[in-house]
Design a protein around this ligand. Structure first.
Ligand code: MN
Length: 409
């Protein structure tokens, strides 16, 4: 729902929020957390909501100790957004007179927005699924269930880390095709995966599915997510139950939640399905505006190596969440769903090195060339990967999702 908080011309008395390149203009108002503090970002500053909550009553409950679970309630979250917009646009506002509640973002050590109970990773990019499938099954890349079931697996919440945390290279079982037995050794085929994370809001009780028509009541917003992957471990372990230790060593998440309210101008039509999805995954509003038009990019060694867009996903976030709860499995506030690698149709829009360096069956991988003269087929120690995302649309202020950064130890 569009309202005055999406007005392109609105400006803030926090000057840095008005800079054209600012990721956090007053139209954005993303939420995040430092130890004991709930925060909202504005320009190059943060507003300390927890400190304010100790002096004033705010629409979202329980902010005073930095717990953001109150954001699960959509009505309260929208009221808080409107209050913040008013406070940050008007020079006569209460907050404009209490500027000590702001401090520089650069001084704040962000942590994950929630203590995540459960983390699930989907596989919602049909371009990713097709390209990866073609490596194993050139004649039949897409498995027959793909266009019917939003495929996913249960990840580990314990290894979710905030952007900026170093990623240790995992060891695991590796088996060369011509070797009689595997060895236990450091992974040689370490990869990133460009994904969107979706934060669950209101949950559902055991046995009560979430209806797709009401799914917006059940998620809060999105962050960038890097699902680091050990391809050589994955190749040996993944059958028959899917990814396990190849994924669970680390998953990086950007610290800011861009709310669905901030994203209102950037929803777009869902991918066309033919035949249509089953009824529980088919909703006119979700088809019309269930996808998100977010421009995403991957930087390696200081240079952009691929660009893609979340509007190309085959399944919407709503369909993933609805499917997850369709057997009656409870979703809980602060749970995290990830989209799966977001790749476009063009080879250069691939969201991971596994795809980006793939030429074709039987051919050697083509390394990505970096401007320093080096090249990468997979990640080396010391490499830093940065994911970035922007929401851009004519007539609206651009919003940045910030960064999801990680370097390999
Ligand atoms: Mn993944």
């Amino acid at each position: 729902m569009l309202d005055h908080t999406h007005d392109e011309k609105a400006t803030s008395w926090v000057e840095s929020a008005n800079w054209p390149e600012s990721a956090f203009p007053v139209q954005h108002l993303p939420f995040g957390r430092a130890m004991g503090r709930g925060l909202v970002a504005i320009g190059d500053q943060v507003v300390d909501l927890s400190a304010i909550a100790r002096e004033k009553s705010l629409p979202v409950s329980d902010l005073s100790h930095g717990n953001l679970l109150g954001l699960a309630d959509g009505k309260a979250r929208r009221e808080l957004r409107h209050w913040l917009f008013e406070q940050l646009t008007s020079t006569n506002s209460w907050l404009a007179g209490h500027r000590h509640f702001l401090r520089p973002l650069a001084e704040v050590h962000m942590i994950l927005p929630f203590v995540v109970g459960d983390y699930t990773d989907f596989y919602a990019s049909i371009h990713h699924a097709t390209r990866v499938g073609s490596m194993f099954r050139p004649d039949n890349p897409l498995l027959p269930n793909y266009t019917w079931v939003p495929i996913g697996y249960h990840g580990r919440a314990s290894s979710l880390i905030v952007s900026g945390t170093a990623v240790p290279r995992p060891s695991g079982q590796l088996k060369a095709d011509d070797a009689p037995a595997p060895v236990f050794a450091p992974c040689k085929m370490l990869d990133y995966e460009l994904e969107l994370g979706c934060w669950v809001g209101n949950g559902n009780p055991l046995g009560e599915p979430i209806e797709l028509a009401r799914v917006r009541d059940h998620w809060i917003g999105v962050s960038l997510l890097n699902d680091w992957s050990a391809r050589d471990i994955q190749r040996w372990e993944y059958q028959p139950l899917g990814p396990f230790l190849a994924k669970s060593f680390a998953t990086s998440v950007s610290p800011w939640i861009t709310t669905q309210e901030a994203l209102a101008p950037f929803f777009c039509p869902a991918a066309a399905h033919s035949p249509p999805p089953l009824d529980y995954l088919n909703d006119p509003q979700d088809q019309r505006e269930g996808a998100l038009d977010l421009q995403l990019e991957v930087e390696l060694g200081g240079q952009t190596i691929s660009r893609s867009n979340s509007k190309d996903l085959f399944w919407t976030l709503g369909q993933m969440l609805t499917h997850h709860a369709s057997n009656g499995c409870p979703m809980r506030p602060g749970d995290l769903l990830a989209s799966g690698t977001i790749s476009g149709e063009a080879p250069e829009s691939a969201g991971c090195l596994l795809e980006l360096t793939w030429v074709g069956p039987g051919q050697p991988r083509q390394p990505v060339k970096l401007t320093d003269g080096s090249s990468r087929t997979f990640l080396q120690n010391g490499d830093e990967v940065v994911l970035r995302g922007w929401a851009r649309r004519d007539g609206f202020r651009s919003l940045g999702l910030g960064e999801c950064r990680g370097d390999i130890l």
